[in-house]
Ligand binder design. Structure first.
Ligand code: FES
Length: 142
């Protein structure tokens, strides 16, 4: 019995104190965002994701990265929290993303849920600036 507890403790430490390790992935460079609303798509944890340059956020508690005096970046997975469909840019409403499976709408700037059957925001990603490179360092709320 004691051996079993010791094994669980080691496993817990190996997994990072109970949390699975999330990969650090360099995804883009600053010069790829010349204007606001420029976005680039990539994959993180084998899921579609987006980094987008946004206007200066009104909410200082938001999870954006300030990458320069007037450069603010946001990143999120584009996997719908309702049932896992890929969320896409809305063809006519430029501020929104849409899930075509059941119609949920999310804000393009930060992935917050605007309307629909999904009951959560798009999963946010934490960004860090390393020189000129923007690195995803994990989920905002693992
Ligand atoms: S899977 Fe997106 S709203 Fe259902």
């Amino acid at each position: 019995m004691k051996r079993r507890h010791a094994f669980k403790g080691l496993l817990w430490l190996w997994l990072g104190c109970g949390k699975a390790q999330q990969p650090r992935v360099g995804v883009v460079t600053l010069d790829q965002f010349p204007n606001v609303w420029r976005h680039l798509d990539f994959f993180y944890l084998n899921k579609p994701a987006t980094v987008i340059r946004i206007p200066k956020p009104q909410d200082a508690s938001s999870r954006y990265l300030q990458a320069g005096p007037d450069m603010y970046l946001q990143a999120y997975l584009r996997e719908c929290p309702h049932n896992g469909c890929v969320v896409r840019f809305h063809p006519s409403a430029q501020t929104l993303l849409i899930c075509y499976c059941h119609g949920s709408l999310f804000w393009r700037a930060d992935g917050h849920l605007e309307a629909g059957i999904a009951n959560e925001d798009l999963p946010g990603l934490r960004l860090q600036l390393e020189g000129e490179q923007i690195v995803v360092v994990g989920l905002a709320n693992p």
